[in-house]
Design a protein around this ligand. Structure first.
Ligand code: MG
Ligand code: MG
Length: 275
């Protein structure tokens, strides 16, 4: 059986720039739509419009049995929440995961948003902190890609970052992945230390780095809708994700307009545009 290399050519990396930017625009649109009183279906619609307006298609809709542009996971839901009639409330922590396929190449990205609630500053602060830790661990993992020799270095960087922040759960059943012609490709990218070194990190590798973190236990279950992944202990979840390319001159984050410059600055890593 033919197995496609996990390492892409420079031309293939360049082809992933546009779907990355379209994916970023869809998450931007979803984030802008999030507010108290808005349904998660309306947030999904905003992301969908952004994808279609740019001549792309939703790659989530290419996943068998899934019919939405995004996954929207609220409060104790960590990932794979289905958009629908649920109305967002003040103080909700909302993770939006979206993706676009454009001219045969894919982007995949997730961010966590907090619905403002001036009446509950402690709740908002705690949920903002969970999101900050999750986002920071994603950037730590991305920063590690700039110097990592093997995939295992990335998972270790993510785990170390989270453990330095306090007591959090790191989901183990769900992991990051390669991305390219398909949204989900080899290799798997663990968000924690593993006994194996993993594949070599070298030019041509494109990975979706996506830590999924809880404010409590790492134990989750799949709800009766057969998709939504929620915490067993009811603690809040957060999910951040970017698609990242390793190329001859460095790394470039495909799913944010600045290539990751702002997120990587605290780690003293400067992204380099794909030549
Ligand atoms: Mg995703
Ligand atoms: Mg992904």
């Amino acid at each position: 059986m033919f197995r496609r290399s996990i390492y892409k050519t420079p031309a293939q990396l360049r082809a992933m720039v546009e779907p990355g930017l379209i994916t970023a625009a869809s998450v931007d649109a979803a984030g802008a739509a999030i507010a108290a009183g808005v349904t998660t279906a309306a947030v999904d619609e905003a992301a969908s419009s952004a994808v279609l307006a740019r001549g792309a298609e939703s790659n989530f809709k290419l996943v068998r049995g899934y019919h939405h542009t995004t996954c929207i996971s609220v409060n104790e839901q960590v990932v794979h929440g289905i958009p629908g009639s649920r109305v967002l409330e003040p103080g909700d922590i909302v993770s939006v995961d979206s993706g676009a396929q454009y001219q045969g190449w894919n982007g995949d990205s997730a961010r966590t948003f907090i619905v403002p609630d001036p009446s509950r500053p402690d709740l908002v602060a705690a949920r903002s902190e969970l999101s900050r830790v999750t986002e920071g661990s994603m950037w730590a993992g991305i920063a590690a890609m700039a110097s990592a020799r093997h995939l295992g270095d990335i998972g270790a960087a993510i785990q170390d970052y989270i453990e330095a922040q306090g007591e959090y759960g790191i989901l183990r059943e769900y992991v990051g992945h390669g991305i390219g012609r398909k949204m989900h490709e080899a290799p798997s990218v663990f968000n924690y230390r593993t006994p194996d070194l993993g594949a070599e990190v070298k030019p041509g590798l494109v990975l979706a780095i996506e830590p999924m973190v809880t404010a409590g236990s790492d134990q989750t279950f799949v709800e009766d809708d057969d998709w939504t992944v929620s915490t067993v202990d009811g603690s809040d979840g957060s999910h951040w994700e970017h698609s990242v390319a390793v190329h001859a001159d460095g790394i470039w984050v495909l799913t944010v307009a600045d290539g990751g410059a702002a997120g990587l600055a605290p780690f003293n890593v400067t992204p380099t545009p794909i030549p």
